[in-house]
Design a protein around this ligand. Structure first.
Ligand code: FAD
Length: 649
């Protein structure tokens, strides 16, 4: 029986008609009533910026918040490779169904059919919207938009703007947002960090935010709140995410009653620049697009590996017959374009077997020599020029001459706040969009699908579905920020800040965060097992205690204080890390990026347990120090045949 607390609100009827049906049912707010309604959007990445611009254009009064000094500097700006859409411009037999199918399969059958189908359905409109905004997508000679391939698919459906797709898309969304700011429908609060959610009579009614420049704690009320605050990959300390990315807003909502879904589903991206020391605080992604033409390999012979590590030979000196193109060998049908989880595990397998090519033994090659020969310098430059440049700047090695060295790193989180089909969390009036929700990617996200989801949510889904909720609210007065619920939330925030300063210890926030990252990577990383996960929970608990005894945050609250910002976020990362480990412990199966060592095939592939785990795990907060309660939303596949993922033939 379905959990009564998890009503997914998936419309009845045939898959392809569900979204149309829902849209026809959604109540509409008339323009004169929209003017009376206020919506808070926290986050200005592609999810938040597109939602705020769309809601503003619809006529709602929108307030947007972000940590950075300008909305256009949100983490989404880092996205490199592209955005998927089922346009079939390449005439390679792509379709909405195929994008839907690839996404469900790529997620290892752990996402909702109806949501994923809707995502595929609106994907084409996203491209049209962005082109209309002037996003400079790459084009073919004849003027058509160009496409390339990403992992886990056999068509070319990824639209791109060199290696800067996120930046260009965000500039498009930001331009739309600015139009609304100028028109007065959107008010922007940059350098404001949400520190708590305010609930009145069980509904989301506002937020408490810290002005990051002055330290002032401020109150903001609305008729509904939208969280577009991104993912929580930085729980691992080292990740490809922006340094400001965090999971705090989601945790604030979780503590106020929003369920957190599938927290253990974290994506490890196979092509990142390897870790090069323990003083590093950030990892760099080399876009998945590079796997269109780059070939991944390690030497076949251990003697070559040893010589490489001692710099006695260069990779280009190793003859073709002595190279193991292990992805092409193991997965002939998809080759270097297998999904990220598969490619990451395969790299780990080779490195664990001793074939890692750098001094740490944790690197494989991504080689463009063949592509340069086949396509010529100019074509390769056109496609990947800025990525090559970035790699060379960071490593001082030119990919034109020798292969890149890459290794998997934490990149994206599929888990997030549980939302229904309308993108509403379990708290009425609180919505979550983009990477902050759990909705569409199951156990593994396919490349170029995050931008698609963020923009689908922001431009085409939330602006409609939120109307259903707001249509009951226009008669309500504006939220009174003097209400006792705001007093209580503000007091709690101020106490939390004071408690952090009061520790006055000796350890920096980063040094403790780094240790949390080590625990997470070791026990909740690419391979997980029961013993390790239990240890992670124990170790995180100990580290949390140490934090409250030893952390030192210099300065005061009443100023620009990034150490304080980091400390507040780290407190939440402890809870996220623990929740991830708990969820991973519960999920005694391997699927997508969640690899339980106890559950693998003889060939080392993921082994799902559909009988017992074909559900979304939604966790309910039960108070500080208490174990959260697990709720299950069963996943039903009525339009797709469930199968073991196969990328070999
Ligand atoms: C290096 C890199 C490359 C990528 N390349 C691609 C790609 O090519 N294609 C693809 O599909 N995906 C890609 N991704 C993934 C994709 O970029 C992200 O999943 C996506 O941009 C997330 O968008 P978002 O709007 O959900 O959140 P974000 O862009 O992370 O934005 C979060 C926003 O919330 C704000 N915020 C957070 N917490 C608070 C708070 N408490 N108070 C106030 N504001 C807050 C931040 O300031 C920010 O404005 C890439 C990711 C990385 C790391």
């Amino acid at each position: 029986m379905a959990d009564p607390k998890l009503i997914s609100k998936i419309p009845d009827g045939p898959l392809a008609e569900k979204w149309s049906r829902r849209k026809s049912e959604i109540r509409i707010v008339s323009p004169n009533n929209k003017r009376k309604l206020e919506v808070i959007v926290v986050g200005t990445g592609l999810g938040g910026a597109s939602a705020a611009a769309s809601l503003g254009e619809l006529g709602y009064n929108v307030k947007i918040f972000c940590i950075s000094d300008s909305p256009r500097r949100a983490h989404s700006i880092a996205a490199q490779g592209g955005i998927n859409a089922a346009k079939n411009y390449q005439n390679d037999n792509d379709s909405v169904y195929r994008l839907f199918y690839d996404t469900i399969k790529g997620g290892d059958y752990r996402s909702r059919e109806a949501n994923v189908y809707r995502l595929a359905e609106v994907s084409a409109a996203i491209i049209d919207q962005c082109v209309a905004q002037g996003v400079p997508f790459a084009r073919e000679y004849g003027g058509y938009l160009a496409n390339r391939s990403f992992g886990g698919v056999q068509v070319s459906r990824t639209f791109y703007a060199r290696g800067q797709t996120g930046q260009q898309l965000l500039l498009g969304a930001y331009a739309s947002l600015n139009k609304e700011i100028a028109a007065g429908t959107v008010k922007s609060y940059p350098r404001h960090e949400m520190l708590d959610l305010v609930i009145i009579n069980g509904e989301a009614k506002g937020i408490i935010a810290r002005n990051l420049v002055t330290g002032e704690i401020e109150r903001f009320g609305a008729h509904a709140v939208v969280l577009a605050t991104g993912g929580y990959g930085n729980a691992y300390f080292l990740s490809t995410n922006a340094m400001n990315s965090n999971g705090s807003a989601a945790m604030q909502a979780y503590r106020k009653g929003a369920y957190f879904a599938n927290p253990c589903f974290a994506q490890i991206h196979p092509t990142c620049i390897p870790v090069h020391g323990d003083q590093q605080c950030k990892l760099t992604l080399m876009s998945e697009s590079l796997r269109n033409d780059g070939r991944i390999w390690v030497p076949k012979k251990m003697e070559d590996v040893l010589k490489l590590r001692k710099h006695e030979i260069k990779p280009s000196q190793i003859p073709e017959e002595d190279r193991d193109y292990y992805l092409e060998r193991r997965y002939p049908a998809f080759g270097n374009l297998v999904p990220r989880d598969v490619a990451s595990r395969a790299a780990k397998e080779r490195c664990d077997a001793g074939f890692g090519v750098n001094e740490t033994g944790l690197a494989v090659f991504l080689d463009f020599a063949d592509a340069i020969k086949r396509l010529g310098h100019q074509r390769v430059e056109e496609r990947y020029g800025n990525l090559f440049q970035m790699y060379e700047k960071i490593t001082s090695s030119s990919p034109w001459e020798e292969p890149m060295m890459i290794y998997p790193a934490i990149h994206y989180t599929m888990g997030g706040l549980w939302v229904d089909y309308d993108l509403q969390t379990t708290i009425p009036g609180l919505y979550a969009i983009g990477e902050a929700n759990f909705s569409d990617h199951g156990g593994n996200r396919l490349g170029a699908s995050a931008l698609m989801q963020g923009l689908a949510d922001g431009y085409f889904i939330l602006p409609y579905t939120i109307g259903d909720y707001l249509s009951h609210k226009f008669a309500e007065p504006k939220t009174d920020t003097n209400a006792p619920e705001f007093d209580a939330a503000e007091k709690a925030v101020k106490e939390r800040i004071a408690k952090i300063f009061a520790v006055n210890g000796t350890e920096t926030v980063d040094s403790i965060h780094k240790r949390l990252g080590n625990i997470m990577w070791e026990y909740v990383g690419m391979a997980r097992n029961e013993e390790g996960l239990k240890k992670a929970i124990e170790e995180i608990g100990k580290l949390r205690e140490e934090f409250w005894q030893k952390v030192r945050v210099p300065g005061t609250n009443e100023e620009f204080n990034q150490e304080l910002e980091k400390a507040l976020r780290l407190v939440d990362f402890f809870d996220i890390g623990e929740l991830m480990a708990r969820d991973a412990l519960n999920r005694k199966e391997s699927c997508g990026g969640h690899f339980r060592e106890e559950m693998q095939t003889e060939e080392g592939e993921t082994l799902r347990d559909d009988k017992n785990f074909m559900y979304v795990a939604a966790w309910e907060y039960k108070g500080e120090g208490a174990a959260p309660e697990l709720h299950k939303e069963d996943l039903k596949y009525e339009n797709i045949k469930i199968a073991t993922r196969n990328y070999k033939d």
